[in-house]
Design a protein around this ligand. Structure first.
Ligand code: KG4
Ligand code: ZN
Length: 336
């Protein structure tokens, strides 16, 4: 049974073919980063148009590589995300579903991230704690079973990926700033600035990154005025503060909920320091997707669709929503 996965929620067009029996068969990704870089962030209209341009060629490529004419079901990202961009994937999924006579499965983008480690050879068993860290979300979720998601904490302001991107912009790095900032940080001293570890003193598991962002901005202005700005040191100190916060909060949440496994997923899950620190400091097991499946991709949507096959619907109505809480998802009926 083959499931075609389609991801178009933001600035990557991702397509993959996943077999329930054989695992991931083929995948392709087109990044729009170059198109948006000149504007310093994602321009929704440009994103939608580029998904229109790239989606069908990528589907052809993936089916061609897999050597099949059509899949048995189509999973697509139905939200959360940019509504126009989601409509492109939803429209294509339903159109192809009608043409091929196969069902479609609307998938929650963050559930896709959360299930991305299921694509690896050593997937996590339930239950686990999920640390979902992307450009739009920062969440700690107690995952008892597929679809049984209890949101323990979220960010009160900026997402951690957004904090990386904004700090990178402040340092004159391009968009998206996360990977560029992490690369710059490798050459800096992470003790140079004592940036705050936001919320660590507070009870609960929420995050806040706006205070850290402001602290970085003030130090950068001060150092610039004095003519002594070392961008590497700022990058390293910021990254250390952000990672310390994520790791401390995640480990505390796992311990207090008796969870011995942590899954780290979402774009910021590609951060090497985050991966290293959480593995070193947590006494249980840590799981991640491979680097390329941390950021947006079609494979995670295909695998999530395969696990939610019982929720496949006839292709007739394009279901998309820009806002959609992961905690509202339910436990699907088991796939036979
Ligand atoms: O999951 P994703 O591809 O898209 C969203 O759903 O948001 O995440 C993108 C985010 C961006 O903010 C990007 O800067 C960040 O992930 N990111 C990183 C790294 N790679 C990507 N942040 C820190 N370190 C990285 N290595
Ligand atoms: Zn994402």
């Amino acid at each position: 049974m083959n499931i075609l996965g389609i991801e178009t929620s933001c600035d990557e067009t991702g397509v993959a073919l996943y077999s329930r029996e054989r695992g991931l068969i083929a995948h392709a990704l087109h990044s729009q980063v170059d198109l948006h870089a000149v504007y310093g962030g994602v321009v929704p209209e440009i994103a939608s148009r580029d998904h229109v341009r790239m989606l069908l060629p990528l589907i052809r490529q993936v089916l061609g590589e897999a050597g099949i004419a059509k899949p048995d079901a189509i999973a697509y990202t139905a939200g959360p995300g940019l509504i126009g961009a989601l409509m492109v994937g939803g429209g294509m999924a339903n159109g192809l579903g009608l043409a091929w006579g196969c069902p479609v499965i609307p998938v929650h983008h963050m559930e896709g991230h959360l299930l991305a480690p299921m694509l690896e050879d050593d997937p996590p068993e339930f239950p686990f704690l999920a640390l979902l860290v992307s450009g739009g979300h920062t969440m700690l979720i107690a995952v008892r079973a597929l679809g049984d998601y209890r949101l323990l904490g979220t960010t009160l302001d900026d997402a951690v990926g957004e904090a990386f991107d904004k700090t990178a912009k402040l340092l004159g790095l391009g968009y998206p700033g996360g990977p560029a900032l992490a690369a710059l940080a490798e050459r800096g001293d992470d003790n140079a600035f004592a940036f705050p570890r936001p919320m660590l003193q507070k009870p609960g598991f929420d995050f806040s990154f706006s205070g850290l962002k402001t602290a970085v901005m003030l130090e950068v202005r001060k150092a610039e005025a004095a003519g002594v700005l070392c961008r590497e040191d700022v990058a390293a100190s910021f990254q250390r503060a952000a990672v310390d916060t994520l790791v401390a909060r995640a480990i505390k949440a796992a311990r207090s909920h008796g969870l011995g496994r942590i899954v780290v997923a979402g774009g910021v899950g590609a951060n090497k320091l985050l991966r290293k620190e959480i593995a070193e400091r947590f006494d249980g097991s840590v799981f991640y997707p491979r680097m390329e499946f941390c950021t947006d991709n079609g494979a995670m949507i295909a695998v999530a669709g395969a696990l939610r096959l019982t929720e496949a619907v006839p292709a007739d109505e394009i279901r998309v929503q820009s806002r959609w809480s992961i905690a509202s998802l339910g436990v699907p009926l088991p796939v036979q």
